[in-house]
Design a protein around this ligand. Structure first.
Ligand code: BGC
Length: 360
């Protein structure tokens, strides 16, 4: 027993020495290792970090707001001065960033805006409304005549981006629903407001509540299956599918492809994940919206370094997070289809041609 206690004590001492030895000027907290999107960001951060003299640590929250809070506390204990955080849950992250702020840390919301708190100094993002508009426009550009079946899917309700993507898609799709080009097949909440060009947050929330994938492939798959089970053969045929990102697009596409009454489909996506780029090359996913994570990681680190060095922080937009207008830096996005996949993703150096098969 005594031996065990001594051993435990020695272990505790070693652990506390380790954490005291760890230091991070900049702490980075990302949502999960389980989605390729965030591994892209991690890789980009690592290459940007290699060029700085500051110490940086990247931690993952693995889909849990509790782990996210612990991660932020760990980084505070390591003396972080700037926190770059992509929140698991926009509202739940408030407490974590308020704790960081109380310790004098500058908070940069990364990709997803943390809502309903004043403790966000800056926001680095892609133009998420433009992402949704690009998806909607792609479906419109490929539709002919009237009565085309439209299936809508959205991201997680806890992610502010899910609202921005949907808002963008609705901006362009709504007039084409109103004029009969498209007929919504899977959302009574969307049908109820289909004559309204602009939706309130509550109306968006009601629709997203119905068509959410939770950013989860399995949820996306089972929703798509039950939508197709409920639809008649007439409501299938050539289908137009608004899928909110690549992971969900692939699983929704697989479900539509397997239905004998679906004669063809157009499906959107975003993130240019390797598996989806292959799907685009193979004609299984129609498009993806490429968000160059090299730019986002660089912008976030540039901002962090400006804060550490006391120089001017460059911003070009503001986003209201429900509590304040957050000064923001916004990056453009690129639509990728079979036609420009090589130019946008290989020639730009983002991926290697050897990662894919069938590239022309
Ligand atoms: C990001 C997307 C990502 C999704 C799921 C969103 O906040 O902007 O790029 O696909 O979360 O992780």
């Amino acid at each position: 027993m005594k031996k065990l206690l001594t051993l435990l004590l020695a272990l505790a001492l070693t652990l506390s020495m380790c954490s005291a030895a760890l230091a991070a000027d900049v702490g980075i907290v990302l949502p999960t290792r389980d989605e390729p999107r965030w591994l892209q960001d991690q890789a980009r951060f690592e290459s940007v970090i290699a060029d700085t003299d500051y110490t940086v640590e990247v931690l993952f929250s693995q889909g849990s707001s509790a782990t996210e809070l612990t991660n932020v506390e760990t980084l505070i204990a390591q003396g972080m001065k700037v926190l770059i955080i992509c929140a698991q849950d926009a509202a739940a992250a408030g407490i974590a960033v308020e704790n960081a702020r109380a310790e004098g840390v500058t908070v940069i919301s990364y990709d997803r805006l943390i809502t309903d708190t004043e403790a966000v100094d800056y926001y680095v993002t892609f133009d998420s409304v433009a992402v949704g508009e690009a998806m909607g426009q792609y479906l419109i550009d490929n539709a002919e005549g009237t009565g085309n079946s439209l299936y809508l899917y959205a991201g997680a309700q806890t992610d502010n981006n899910a609202f921005l993507f949907f808002e963008g898609a609705w901006n362009v799709l709504q007039p084409k629903i109103a004029d009969g080009t498209f007929v919504i097949r899977n959302s009574s909440e969307a049908i109820a407001v289909q004559d309204k060009p602009e939706l309130t947050r509550e109306e968006q929330a009601a629709i997203i509540g119905q068509i959410t994938t939770d950013w989860d492939f399995n949820v996306a798959k089972s929703k798509a299956e039950s939508h197709l089970t409920a639809a008649t053969a007439d409501e299938k045929g050539l289908c137009y599918i608004l899928a909110p990102n690549d992971g969900t697009a692939r699983s929704i596409a697989d479900v539509f492809a397997a239905d004998a009454d679906v004669s063809g489909y157009y499906v959107t996506g975003q993130d240019a994940e390797v598996a989806s780029v292959q799907y685009v090359i193979d004609g299984l996913q129609s498009m993806t919206v490429f968000k160059d994570t090299r730019t986002l990681a660089q912008d976030a680190m540039d901002m962090a370094i400006a804060v550490l060095e006391g120089s001017d922080v460059v911003t070009d937009a503001t986003y209201n997070n429900g509590a304040i207008d957050v000064p923001s830096k916004q990056s453009p996005v690129v639509v990728v289809t079979q036609d420009n996949v090589k130019e946008a993703l290989i020639d730009s150096g983002y991926y290697e041609a050897s990662q894919f098969t069938g590239l022309e």
